[in-house]
Design a protein around this ligand. Structure first.
Ligand code: NAD
Length: 492
């Protein structure tokens, strides 16, 4: 592995002891280290803020190099944590968006960080207004297990582009990847810039109580509430990237084959363990049987021999496997439709996809985020009914609509509120650099990616610059005729 210049220069001039110290600052495993390293980074952020583009660009280069040099190890570590994770999926859904995000930030970061003029009311002219982006300081990032690389790298890109220092807590549910990632970060970044925190929930709790300048958490809604409560005493601003049940509405004029193709892609990628995976499908009853047959054909074409198919990933751990199995066990058997001949295997945590027709809306399957390759088909009569079904539930992270009728599509997108929307597609809105990504209501708040992420992790400071000639002097007391004329204009 090739370390960055900053790390090289630190290491070449160091004794073994200093290098060990650096390592223990880069990789944090105890609450004592956590406190100490936070205070170090906080002090550095106040005395040596990262103001120039060249340094930020070097950090992005280092991130890129770290990924480039460790692609195989990363994919293997993630696969080991999942019991099996397709390397192609890791390339497609973790490495590719990470590289693309870095390259976009490198192309645009210099422009984003410029102080820019904004408008001013004629009353205050010839003064002018500016917005000056500034690094916030130390950013805390908390990562879930489902895409443990991209959900670490995505927020890191935004934090580094905005000139911040970072502490990042990896998920205890993906420990092999967490360790490999921490070692890679320690090699490519100075502990004056980034450190990685490993460990269980106790250290995660201590982490969430640190007075970061901003805390970006990705994970479940339940834990998200705890994070917000832990951040409140410090008034630490939080971005909560949470989960939820992302619906699909299939309109009656749909090209069903195209819709099934995209829904099944979204449900099988990472075995459905994707925050923006389609959770359930609202579709008129007359289409249910054809949906099931098309989904069976789709599985045959795209995942033949699923019991031994290298493209199909497994469920992360027993706890998650049993959670989903529990949802299925409580459903009437006649509504459960396997899409393959292969049964779930608790030992290997292989869970082939299946469809559930019209589960009770009060069932666990319909009350919780599924996060597995199970596709409930719900029935609606009128579009109003489908929209009401969604609006009666917590705001979803994503919403998908498939069909041709522009009026109906417009009805869906304007009368529902979700973190994001994709039309005749699933997932891909998340990969657009120019679209902010985030939730709303129970699916979280605060957006990131691209410029939105840069601004989220910067202080966008408003600055008023008075001109040499100060027009406001005309409004000083004693308030005479000129003042009264001015007020008459202003109070109209
Ligand atoms: P999780 O909430 O269990 O864990 C996420 C992080 O929280 C980990 O770093 C963990 O160490 C920490 N943590 C766990 N318990 C904690 C506690 N009591 N106090 C403080 N920190 C704690 O989430 P998960 O199961 O790892 O992830 C799955 C969820 O994440 C799903 O709901 C999914 O939809 C959501 N998700 C959302 C997005 C998004 O971008 N909106 C992306 C991926 C996953």
């Amino acid at each position: 592995m090739t370390a960055n210049n900053e790390t090289n220069s630190t290491q070449s001039s160091s004794t073994q002891t200093t290098s060990d110290t650096n390592h223990s600052l880069s990789i944090i495993t105890t609450t004592e280290q956590l406190q100490g390293q936070f205070l170090r980074l906080q002090a550095l952020s106040r005395t040596q803020p990262i103001l120039d583009w060249a340094t930020r660009e070097t950090h992005l280069d280092n991130l890129e190099m770290m990924l480039s040099d460790n692609q195989k190890d990363i994919a293997q570590a993630i696969s080991a944590d999942f019991g099996y994770r397709s390397e192609s999926e890791t390339q497609f859904a973790e490495l590719f968006p990470s590289f693309a995000g870095i390259s976009h930030a490198k192309k645009n970061g210099k422009k984003w960080m410029r102080t820019r003029r904004v408008g001013i009311s004629t009353l205050y002219m010839p003064a002018h207004n500016e917005i000056q982006p500034q690094p916030l300081g130390v950013i805390g990032i908390m990562v879930p297990w489902n895409y443990p690389l991209y959900l670490a790298i995505g927020p890191m890109i935004d934090a580094l582009t905005a000139g911040n220092r970072i502490m990042i807590k990896m998920s205890e549910a993906a420990p092999q990847f967490a360790e490999a990632f921490a070692e890679a970060v320690a090699h490519y970044f100075s502990p004056d810039m980034v450190s990685v925190v490993l460990g269980e929930v106790d250290i995660a709790e201590a982490f969430s109580k640190l007075p970061f300048d901003h805390l970006l958490y990705t994970g479940s809604t339940e834990v998200g509430k705890k994070i917000m409560a832990a951040a409140a005493p410090n008034l630490t601003p939080v971005t909560l990237e949470l989960g939820g049940k992302s619906p699909v509405i299939v309109l009656d004029d749909v090209n069903l084959e195209a819709a099934v193709n995209r829904v099944m892609m979204g449900k099988t990628l990472n075995a459905g363990q994707t925050c923006v995976a389609p959770d359930y499908v609202l579709i008129q009853r007359q289409h249910h049987q054809r949906f099931i047959s098309l989904a069976k054909e789709w599985m045959q074409e795209h995942y033949p021999n699923i019991g031994d198919n290298p493209d199909y990933s497994h469920i992360i751990n027993n706890q998650q496997f049993k959670r989903v199995q529990g949802y299925l066990d409580s459903l009437p058997a006649e509504g459960v439709h396997p899409l393959t001949d292969v049964e779930s295997n608790v030992e290997t945590r292989l869970m082939p996809p299946l469809i559930v027709t019209e589960p009770d809306p009060t069932s666990k399957l319909m009350q919780n985020e599924i996060f597995a390759p199970i596709v409930p088909l719900m029935h609606y009569e009128t579009l109003d009914e489908a929209i009401d079904f969604i609006n009666a539930r917590p705001r979803p992270l994503a919403l998908y609509v498939f069909g041709k009728n522009d009026h109906d599509i417009d009805q869906v997108r304007t009368r529902t509120v979700s973190g994001g929307v994709a039309i005749n597609e699933v997932l891909l809105h998340l990969l657009q650099h120019d679209l902010p990504f985030g939730g709303v209501g129970d699916s979280g708040f605060g957006t990131y990616h691209g410029q939105a992420g840069f601004e989220r992790l910067s202080h966008m400071k408003p600055v008023f610059v008075q001109a040499k000639v100060n027009g406001m002097n005309l409004l000083l007391p004693p308030y005479g005729a000129l003042f009264k004329k001015g007020m008459a204009l202003m109070l109209k």
